[in-house]
Design a protein around this ligand. Structure first.
Ligand SMILES: Cc1ncc(C[n+]2csc(CCOP(=O)(O)OP(=O)(O)O)c2C)c(N)n1
Ligand SMILES: [Mg+2]
Length: 602
């Protein structure tokens, strides 16, 4: 297939949502053929079956911009205009959290990439794939416009992100550009997944193409990579698990597959294992299952009692196995089985690989592929175990006005409706909201970069369109304010979404750190709010939503007003709008959270 045929005739399986696709339709460009370097790049993008490219524009990629609009007709991929590069990348991040696949983002030469870096770091730590495209140059200094082309050309732009991307490139010809796009997408989507960066020389984009590239079958350049475990190691792991008195499963990074979710449950049931999950990553086990012991910082006292007898720990790519063992205390002699591919991308710059855990049996494999094999070896359990009683959701009305009120009222108004929590604040307690499906919660920002919540939520909501799930983002005020312009992109491209803002008018997490410092140094704790509180004036977050075309509710200052406001906001989302509910919770975290944050070593 020639590039021109591929731009017009290739059947797409991953089509954009129709409501999104109707936005920003270009005038037909008439007769069209690949005449420029950036047309070849656009063709290669189309061959990937990526529906969207989130971007903030810039002259360094004006060639590619033109090709997407006028050569591809702004579809497959369709542009999603973002008001900040951090939002563009965060949207790709949220999209990957739901689909497990790379979306594209484009950012302007060095300054745009500089804006994008934190969001790329978040995606890297979260092991989420994405294809980030950038630009530079002209690399040939003789072709540069005075001043602007010089300040926006860097010798090695990829160095800005090399330490938290899986791969980067700066191809020098259309053929090399096509190859880079295929290689980059292949690498990004291969486990362990992560972002890649490809930087296109402005001159290459704008140059006329003289020779057509030979047609290729792109699938042959992105072969699937086997990430299953060797059967003998699976058998060895199964024998260890079968011989254990009490197994603890640390259910870590996992795909959103319902089938594997069900297999994970069956494995835990077959072993009568206790299971722990982690709010840093997407839901991996039903949190109201009798075998569920809690998220690490909220493991209940009964569960801790149950964990004392653990003699085998099965880590399914747990984010921080060494850290978990450090806090575990009661089970130091347990044998550890680790199933993970993460070591394949550890590098010397970022310590996001965490401590080195003691491991007795390592399966270098994708846990989603190993769990069904383990279950086959172990067999479903024929005789019923004595199982613990399931955790109950606290039903006592909490004091004051807190994040727990947000959880209670959402439960009240949403009942059993399918909801995806696209973001939760750091201070969330996993007792408050049961997750029963892998799409009930897609996990956090990955890299602890505040400001990711809004963009990630918009990307996740985009990917959830048509699934019947209601996307709900619960963001702190600090997080929302740093990433607030993602709201505009959601409104503009008709991506319905509910934002509920846990607005304590503070970067409160850091108040706790100041409290800790003050106590340690015997200084006045009452000063902890200084340099932290966003008061005088308080920011009107509902108005910030309204200013961008969302429907704003609040400020809600009393628990009794919350449910009615949420009901109206949900009705607005159901009618296709973006809703922002500003909930003025009190500054302060729950006792469990405060304890976890201020415990020795934190
Ligand atoms: C980009 C970035 N800047 C600063 C921090 C440090 N930090 C961690 S949590 C936090 C407060 C976040 O505020 P908010 O979202 O309102 O949540 P709250 O702590 O008030 O519950 C800050 C500033 C960070 N993690 N990331
Ligand atoms: Mg706050």
């Amino acid at each position: 297939m020639t590039p021109s045929q591929s731009a017009t005739a290739r059947a797409k399986t991953n089509a954009a949502d129709p409501a999104v696709a109707a936005v920003e339709r270009p005038t037909q460009a008439g007769a069209n053929a690949p005449g420029f370097g950036s047309d070849v790049i656009a063709d290669a993008l189309r061959s990937l079956d990526i529906p969207y490219i989130a971007l903030t524009p810039g002259a360094s990629y004006r060639g590619l911009h033109d090709s997407i609009v006028n050569y591809l007709g702004n579809s497959a991929p369709q542009m999603l205009l973002c008001l900040h590069e951090e939002a563009a990348v965060a949207i790709a991040h949220g999209y990957a959290k739901v689909t497990g696949k790379a979306m594209a983002a484009a950012v302007h030469s060095n300054v745009g990439l500089l804006h994008a870096t934190m969001a790329m770091f978040n995606a890297w730590c979260d092991r989420m794939p994405m294809l980030v495209l950038g630009a530079t140059g002209p690399v040939d200094a003789a072709k540069r416009r005075p001043w602007i082309d010089w300040i926006h050309t860097a010798r090695d732009q990829g160095a800005l992100v090399r330490e938290y991307t899986k791969w980067d490139d700066q191809p020098s010809s259309p053929a090399a550009a096509r190859e880079a796009i295929l290689r980059g997408t292949w690498i990004a989507n291969t486990a362990p997944q992560g972002p890649v960066y490809i930087n296109f020389d402005a001159e290459l984009q704008e140059a006329k193409v003289t020779d057509e590239l030979p047609a290729i079958d792109v699938a042959r350049y992105m072969p699937p990579i086997a990430t299953a475990a060797p059967p003998d190691l699976v058998r060895e792991a199964a024998a260890m698990l079968k011989g254990a008195k009490q197994v603890l499963i640390l259910a870590g990074r996992a795909s959103r597959s319902v089938d594997v979710w069900n297999t994970r449950i069956a494995l835990a049931e077959a072993l009568n294992a206790r299971v722990v999950t982690d709010l840093k990553i997407g839901a991996s086990f039903p949190t109201d299952h009798p075998l569920y012991a809690g998220a690490p910082r909220a493991v209940s006292p009964e569960s801790i009692e149950g964990l004392k007898n653990v003699d085998v720990i099965l880590s399914l790519d747990w984010v921080d196995l060494a850290g978990a063992m450090r806090y575990a205390g009661p089970m130091p002699s347990a044998k550890v089985i680790q199933i993970s591919l993460d070591h394949r991308i550890h590098n010397g710059w970022s310590m996001d690989y965490q401590g080195l855990p003691p491991v007795d049996l390592m399966l270098s494999a994708d846990p989603d592929l190993v769990v069904p094999e383990l279950l086959k070896e172990i067999g479903k359990n024929a005789r019923p175990h004595a199982v613990p009683t399931p955790r109950s959701i606290p039903d006592k009305e909490p004091a004051g006005f807190t994040n727990e009120h947000i959880a209670r009222n959402l439960r009240k108004v949403l009942k059993d409706r399918p909801v995806t929590y696209t973001h939760l604040p750091l201070s969330w307690d996993d007792h408050w909201m049961p997750f029963r499906h892998p799409l009930d919660y897609v996990g956090s920002d990955g890299g602890g970069g505040v400001g990711g919540g809004p963009g990630i939520s918009v990307g996740a909501a985009l990917a959830l369109k048509g699934t019947g799930r209601l996307p709900v983002a619960i963001c702190g005020d600090g997080d929302f304010l740093m990433g607030v312009t993602a709201v505009w992109t959601a409104v503009h491209y008709k991506i319905p979404l509910l934002f509920v803002l846990a607005n304590n008018r503070s970067f409160y997490n850091d108040e706790l750190h100041q409290e800790r410092m003050a106590r340690a140094r015997n200084r006045p704790v009452e000063n902890k709010w200084i340099g932290q509180r966003m008061s005088d004036p308080e920011v009107d977050l509902a108005a910030m939503g309204r200013a961008q075309g969302a429907v704003g509710f609040g400020p809600i200052t009393k628990p009794a007003d919350l449910a009615p406001a949420l009901e109206k906001a949900i009705a607005a989302v159901d009618s296709g709008q973006v809703a922002v509910v500003d909930v003025r919770v009190e500054p302060g975290y729950t006792a469990v959270m405060t304890q976890a944050m201020t415990r020795a070593g934190n």
